[in-house]
Each structure stands twice: as structure tokens, then as C-alpha cells.
Write a protein that binds this ligand. Sequence first.
Ligand code: BG6
Length: 480
Amino acid sequence: MNILRKYKLPEGFFLGAAASAWQTEGWSGKKDGQDSYMDLWYKETPELWHEGYGPTVATDFYNRYKEDVKLMKEVGLEAYRTSIDWSRFLTNYETIEVNEEAADYYNKLIDEMINNGIEPMLCLEHYELPAELFKKYGGWGSKKVVELYIKYAEEVFKRYSHKVKKWFTFNEPIVIQTRVFLDSLRYPFIQDTKIAMQWNYNKILASAGAIKVFKEGGHSKDGGEIGIILNPDVCYPRSSAPHDKEAAEKFDLFFNRIFLDPSVKGTIPEELIDILKENNCCFEYTEEELKIIKENTVDILGINLYAPTRVKARENAWNPRTPFHPAYYYDKYELQGRKMNPYRGWEIYPKLMYDFSMRMKEEYGNIPWFIAENGMGVEKEDLNKNSEGIIQDDYRIEFISEHLKWLLKAVEEGANCRGYMLWAFTDNVSPQNAFKNRYGLVEIDLKDNRNRRIKKSGHWYKKLSDSRELEATDFTFEYK
Ligand code: BG6
């Protein structure tokens, strides 16, 4: 028997859940020419999306948000994060012509949440780059897109910043270009490291630019805060030997520090720029842009943590015919005996919450931050219902408990983590995996009109939120 302990949620520590516009809203209300990059990717290769599902209907949140806000209360959320879909919000991305119907929808959604005691947190880009800007300018590879995004951000702040107090410039800004241009896993299947790096840099610049207009526009008054949501891959070397440690340091440089450093410290690591220059794939930048980045760092960070990454020094020589890739420095490594989520193929290692928290404290000035996503995607959950039709997702309760427990330990030791948001509130559409792995506290029943039903974990989350007391195993390992 494992020993169970009670852990108190500290005062002011919030509990919430997250999702994004494109993964929930569906295309309802979108006009011709309002596709996002995600819509375009799905339209170009629908056969590669799990069982053919994509963002078309998603959870139909656009039409059913009132019902969903009620459910947010029923599962105990204090805050809900979603995004504004840039491609929906504007009808002309260059002249910043607003789609008033969409603006009205977001306005009503915000009011509905506030009236129900749920704090809205909004992100300006959760991969919803307008497809038109992707096709016309090459997306984030272009500084023109940076300029248009800042104008879009300014318009959004003007309309809603008197009601919404937590803003985020991007969600996981590294992801799309890494999958598309570095690893060539997604449409349009191009490999070009320099383009990937330009996207990284331009998003760093765009984030700083949006923070600048937020501050200059006076949107920080009355407690308005702006930040970015990053997905650092907490990285562990196979061994303490220098070659393995170097592999982890290089991985960290290319996938974590690349966004953490400019967002928090206002600087892009010199070592990164040197390596990119040596390999002829450095991004184009100017001193004036670096100054904008330096002067416009975040107020708060949202951090998405799911699974650890383990690396070791490369065992085989690099193929000189392949273009430069950070994997020049490392191989991925699988720890024997690790616990896995087999559906998503991710290791489960709750202590990563603590390790990352300590890093924020020691290396990033302990600025305010929170867990913006953490969760467990599981396939075929509907086979796991009780006689009343409620999904019995005890594994999710255990997953949350174990991660939250390590996070609370870190807070006790001085980490400045302000809250925890689960991915996700309801099941929703994953990139390419669509509805395969379910993440929600609330089930979306695809066989029955996308009806909603709270899972066992949703009822449990409500109790946690009301009692503000987590029951989880003690830290001592039980030998059997
Ligand atoms: C995060 C993203 O990476 O992880 C979400 O912000 C995503 O958009 C979530 O859905 C879970 O990953 P996946 O690929 O299983 O959907």
C-alpha cells in the first residue's frame, strides 16, 4: 500500500484548463478565405489525419460555448485558456479589417466566462496563422507577417483588454517550423533549417513587438499582464559523462533556451547564433530588432510540460549530405524501465515539474509563471465506462495528482508558480491525431451528436478545486 498524504494548494494558486480556438471552434461562421495554416494542412492531406477527422466541426465550441462554460463551472475551473483565431478574427489580414461577427462571438464568450466566475486567458496565436499569409509571404519566415501580426494584436487588445487581464503572444511558438521545416513531417514537407530558424526568430521578434504595443497602449493598467506560452522539453542526459552532458546542453540550447532566454532575459544566446552562422543557417536580424527584443520581455510565462526528453551523445557519424540539424549533437535516448503513456508514446515522469520549477527559480530570476498545459491523452476511453456511462479515467486522476504533487513541492521550496492548467477542458482535435487520444475532463461523444459528459476526472477536479486539498502518494518509494 502506498502511503497517501494531503497537500494544500497555496492561497492564490489557480486551477484551470486549456484548449485553443482551432481545436474546438469548428469552421462554423468562417468565411471563404479565412483558413488558418491548420485548416490548410488538413485540407491538403485529410487522409493523414486520424480517421479523417480534422478541425471542420471540432467540438463545435463556436455554437456550444454557453453549454461549455456551464461545464467549466461544473468541473471546478477558475480559469480557462483559449486563443483568438487570427484567421477568423480578420477578413483582411493586411488592412486589418475585422470580421465583426467573429469579434462579437469572442466578446460574448469572454462575458459568458466572466459572468460565470471563470477568468479568461487569451492567446493570440495557437498555430492559427492565416493560410493566406502562409501562401503569399511564406508565413512566419517573413518580416511582413511580423508587422501584420502586431497590428492584429493591437486591434485585439483595443477591443478586449479592459475585460481580459492575461494575454499570451503565442502558444508553443517553436512547434510548427520544427515539424514542417526542420523535421519535414508535415505539409508542405520542405526541409530548410534556415527557414525554420527564421520562423523562430521572427516569432521572438513578433512576441516582443506585441508586448511593446500592449505596454505602450496602456493595456497593463488595472492588472493587465502579457506573456508567452512555451513548451520547454525538460532534457536529461543519459549519464553524467561530459559527452552526454554536452548533448543535453545543445538540445537545451536549440529547443528551450532559444525561446526562454529572449522571452525572459531579452537576449538570444550567442552560442546559438555562432553555431547557426558556422552552418550557414542563421536568421536575418538587425541591431534595432535585437533592441526591441531586449526591451520587451514578458510579465508572466505559461509553461506546457508533458514528458521528459532524454538524450545521449551521438553514436554514429553525421551524414554529411544532410543539411544542418541540431541532432548533429545528440541522439534521443530511452530510459529502460521508464513509465509510458503508450497511446501518445510519451514517457510519464512527474518529477519534471519540480526540476523545471527549480530551473526557473535559479536561472530565470524566478519570474511569475504557471503550468499552462499538462495532461494525458488516452485512446478508446469510451470502452471504459461505468453503468451510468461515465468514463472511469483513474489513470488521468493519478497523472494529475502525481504532477501536481511535485509542482506543489516546488512552490513550497520557493518556486514562483502561480497555477496549474490541465490540457484539456473537453476532448478536442489534436494536430493530425484528431480525436484519437482524448485529453478532456469532459468527454465529447462523436457517436452521439458530440454530446458532453463529465468524466470521473472532471468530478474529481471539481472536488480538488473546492477543497483545495490534493490527496496523493507520499514522496517515499515503497519497496515491495
Ligand atoms: C500541446 C499543444 O503541444 O500539446 C496542443 O499546445 C496539443 O495544441 C497538446 O493538442 C497535446 O498534444 P497532441 O499532439 O497529443 O494533441
